[in-house]
Design a protein around this ligand. Structure first.
Ligand code: HEM
Length: 127
């Protein structure tokens, strides 16, 4: 049986992968925007790392919930719903940045703020 600690490590690996790839993608979107006609040769691998990271965040998160014996479904506590919303933000930032490259700089700033908020919410469980 996979332990709480292993799920937590999976959660952290996912966070580093997802946030790292997201910030790299957004920074490169900003660079490419300034060089008309250029494309990003790393885009596919960074998108793959971002997606895998997001998946691992959920796998580790729901794994920990199971070990903590916290109910699944609509009975989840408020702090988990808040984290799911922040997770959704980190998931759509790539698409938003691609469609609106002028926002890439702001999204690069928002991404770590969302991650810090998600961590703080898990630590303090304010609701
Ligand atoms: C937005 C991305 C996320 C980040 C950056 C993040 C970050 C963190 C951090 C730093 C912790 C450790 C807190 C501590 O032990 O003091 C943690 C714990 C946890 N996270 Fe996440 N998290 C994210 C998304 C999620 C999601 C989507 C879920 C829901 C499935 C989730 C479920 C949990 C659970 C259950 C814990 C353990 C809480 C405990 O042991 O009391 N996280 N998270």
């Amino acid at each position: 049986m996979i332990s709480y600690t292993v799920y937590k490590v999976i959660h952290y690996i996912g966070i580093f992968g997802a946030v790292g790839a997201l910030v790299a993608l957004l920074a490169r979107i900003g660079l490419i925007e300034a060089s008309p006609g250029a494309t990003d040769p790393w885009r596919r691998r960074l998108v793959a790392l971002h997606g895998t990271g997001l998946f691992l965040v959920l796998l580790g998160g729901f794994g920990m919930l199971a070990r903590l014996e916290i109910t699944h479904g609509l009975g989840l506590p408020g702090w988990i719903w808040a984290k799911l919303v922040l997770w959704g933000g980190l998931a759509i930032f790539v698409t938003v940045g691609k469609r609106a490259p002028q926002l890439a700089g702001w999204l690069t700033l928002l991404a770590p703020i969302f991650a810090i908020l998600a961590g703080t919410i898990a630590h303090t469980k304010p609701f």
